[in-house]
Design a protein around this ligand. Structure first.
Ligand code: SF4
Length: 225
């Protein structure tokens, strides 16, 4: 995290074993499905290393797909055994670094809705019903291009914005207009109350001026994972 993670390339494989950091029940904190009870599957490793990255994803272990599915199903139930978490969010790290196609197919077959959160630089032929949320990242010389085969499938873009970081002061053009893809903006967490307040005000101003949708990290407001 904070740009200190090793950059890990995409891995081949049939998807029957995945590198998993953590599986946990929560509320989706960001983006179009905010507030929905969900099970998060955080996969290990990322092909980028962003300096503001707030996620630990390196301490992962190999897990059989069958074990992963069993954990997700168990965590989707409440204490009374009722099925209360029907959304599975596959994130990372970068989830498309690994072959998550069999995982997505199995989850959809079991009745879950699946959302992935990707940086947009990799592609896998996911089932059509998977909701793809893309958060573009800046290299310093502009945003990493979004994969041309991924772009038409993106349900929403989520741009991080910061008043203090020149790379993230405005929403970039990564092809969203051509496909009428909604744009969410989310203030960067700089782990400083004053700077975060300025980022929030800045994001509000951008949303009001350009018609973006404001996304807050509500899981942090709620003090949950
Ligand atoms: S792409 Fe996302 S997970 Fe990967 S380093 Fe950047 S912020 Fe972290």
């Amino acid at each position: 995290m904070f740009g200190k993670n090793p950059i890990r390339p995409p891995v081949a494989g049939d998807g029957e074993v995945l590198e998993v950091k953590h599986i946990f029940p929560t509320l989706q904190g960001e983006g179009p499905f905010v507030g929905q009870p969900s099970v998060f599957v955080r996969l290990g490793g990322c092909n980028l290393a962003c300096i503001f990255c707030d996620t630990e994803f390196e301490d992962y272990r190999s897990m059989e797909l069958s074990e992963l599915l069993a954990q997700v199903k168990a965590l989707s139930l409440n204490d009374e055994g009722a099925w209360v978490r029907r959304l599975v969010v596959i994130t990372g790290g970068e989830p498309l670094r690994q072959n998550i196609v069999p995982l997505c197919e199995a989850l959809i077959g079991a009745g879950f809705k699946v959302q992935i959160e990707t940086n947009g630089t990799l592609f896998r032929p996911l089932p059509e019903s998977v909701s793809i949320i893309c958060s573009p990242k800046n290299t310093g010389g502009g945003y990493f291009p979004i994969r041309g085969d991924l772009l038409p499938k993106v349900q929403a873009f989520k741009f991080i914005v910061s008043k203090h970081d020149a790379l993230y002061q405005k929403v970039g053009d990564v092809g969203q207009a051509g496909f009428s893809i909604p744009v969410y903006i989310q203030p960067m967490d700089e782990y400083d109350p004053q700077r975060n307040a300025e980022n929030l005000a800045y994001a509000k101003e951008l949303a009001m001026r350009h018609g973006y949708i404001l996304s807050l990290q509500t899981h942090k407001i709620l003090g949950i994972e």
